[in-house]
Design a protein around this ligand. Structure first.
Ligand code: NAD
Length: 434
């Protein structure tokens, strides 16, 4: 007999996901108008190719069965297999997956990778489940997605609340469902795996490193360095931590940090290394870390600093707080953290936004390296990875910066124009079947 659900996924959240779709569409149309995008291609890029919603049962530790809803939205694959992360969060729904999938298409195109864009996840609060339950949920989700993913078709990766462990479970499940002789050839069905299981050395830090590098390059254009610069970070997870780590190494000072529960400030500086070590024995949370003062959630974006790094969720910088921001550079570690209204306010104030599709593209670029490594049966060294990553990200940054300067447009619009033009060219060369 199937018992009643023991836990509720419903949890109040302060994250407004509504509007992410409006945000990405506004960004797309604005760039499409600017480059006078072919109308037929515009129609194709304005919709998502496939939207997969799966409902699947999982047995909980207490023997009861719970039903979960998982999503995978495949936006476009004109340039190659679909690529994008999987998120475990109460705010995951079809709209969020659609918006995030579209951003992936622009990101992979801008980075010059042979990929399209996808995104997905499961609507749940992972904190409510044990590690064993999360493993069964992940394996059952992978099984439910079945042939909708694949190493040459759609390649997931980690995102919010998923990590290398999640990817190890996914690849193992996917490979186990293939015929024995094909199993090893399917290891690159996901990227972001642990280094011992087909993962890439350095994939863990790649996104945060890219955030740091693009800030450094942006400051260089102003004739400045990171030495002594104060920065604030929203989200102290994979992206936030590694971005802060590299910023600190280069002489910058973290003066405020926020996670889902707590906001901390200290104008004398919060040690990134000490805070990270503290979170390892505090359930990954920053709460009660000393020396720092806890401040109100809504005061975070108003903290005095030069660089602001949103590295949590979408729609965090809005018309409500854009005026309060003191930073002159915003580096979008998260996807879609700034909404359209906020962007206009910030642009008028002369604040530079390093757009998400450029700023956090280190992750998907390293994922591409991992995919190549698996496909070719190679093992790359960390220094080799970081060197290749630096080269690729610098090229992308310079391309966007140059276009934005030549056209006197924002870095975001420049990045979108470059990304869309590359896809337009692929469609123009190939035509549309039949
Ligand atoms: P993560 O799960 O490792 O960390 C998320 C962090 O954000 C945690 O510290 C969490 O407490 C915090 N957070 C959650 N809700 C919050 C809220 N409402 N206010 C403040 N903090 C909050 O996730 P991640 O992999 O670091 O991803 C962060 C962002 O970066 C996401 O937008 C993701 O899409 C984007 N991103 C991640 C990667 C990657 O490689 N992991 C690549 C590109 C973009």
């Amino acid at each position: 007999m199937i018992a009643t659900v023991k836990k509720s996924n419903a949890r109040s959240s302060k994250i407004p996901v509504q509007g992410m779709m409006e945000n990405v569409m506004e960004q797309f149309y604005s760039a499409a108008d600017y480059i006078d995008l072919n109308n037929n291609i515009r129609k194709i890029l304005a919709i998502t190719n496939n939207e997969i919603v799966v409902k699947f049962p999982v047995r909980m530790d207490n023997g009861e069965v719970e039903i979960f809803t998982g999503y995978r939205v495949q936006h476009n694959n004109a340039l190659g297999p679909y690529k994008g992360g999987l998120r475990y969060h109460p705010t995951v729904d079809i709209d969020a997956a659609r918006a995030l999938a579209m951003w992936m298409t622009w990101k992979t195109s801008l980075a010059g990778l042979p990929y399209g864009g996808a995104k997905g996840g499961i609507k749940l609060n992972p904190k409510l489940y044990s590690k064993n339950e999360l493993e069964r949920i992940t394996r059952r989700f992978t099984y439910a997605l079945a042939d909708n993913i694949g190493p040459e078709h759609d390649i997931p990766a980690p995102d919010v609340n998923t990590n290398s462990q999640t990817m190890a479970w996914m690849s193992d499940t996917y490979m186990s469902t293939r015929p024995p002789a094909e199993r090893s050839a399917n290891q690159h069905v996901v990227t972001g795996k642990p280094a011992g299981s087909g993962g890439l050395e350095g994939r863990d830090r790649a996104t945060g490193y890219g955030v740091f590098l693009t800030v450094k390059l942006q400051l260089e254009k102003r004739g400045e360095t990171l030495e002594g610069k104060r920065f604030i970070v929203q989200g102290f997870g994979n992206v936030g931590y590694w971005a802060a780590h590299f910023m600190e190494n280069e002489g910058a000072k973290m003066v405020a940090v926020q996670d889902a529960q707590t906001t901390l400030e200290n104008q004398d500086g919060i040690s990134v290394a000490d805070l990270f070590q503290y979170t390892q024995s505090n359930a990954n949370a920053i709460a009660n870390f000393i020396p720092a003062n806890e401040i109100a959630t809504e005061d975070f974006f108003g903290v005095d600093c030069e660089v602001c790094i949103p590295a949590a969720l979408g729609n965090q910088i809005t018309q409500e707080n854009a005026d309060k921001i003191k930073a002159f550079v915003i580096a979008e570690g998260a996807n879609g953290p700034t909404n359209g209204d906020a962007e206009k306010i910030l642009e008028n104030r002369g604040v530079t936004i390093i757009p998400d599709i450029l700023c956090n593209s280190g992750g998907v670029t390293a994922s591409y390296f991992e995919w190549l490594q698996n496909r070719n049966g190679e093992l790359w060294q960390l220094d080799e990875v970081m060197e290749k990553l630096t080269k690729k990200l610098t090229e992308s940054f310079e391309k966007v910066y140059k276009y934005s300067q030549e056209e006197s447009i924002s870095m975001r619009k420049a990045a979108f124009c470059i990304a869309i033009k590359r896809i337009e060219m692929a469609y123009t060369q190939r035509g549309i079947f039949p």
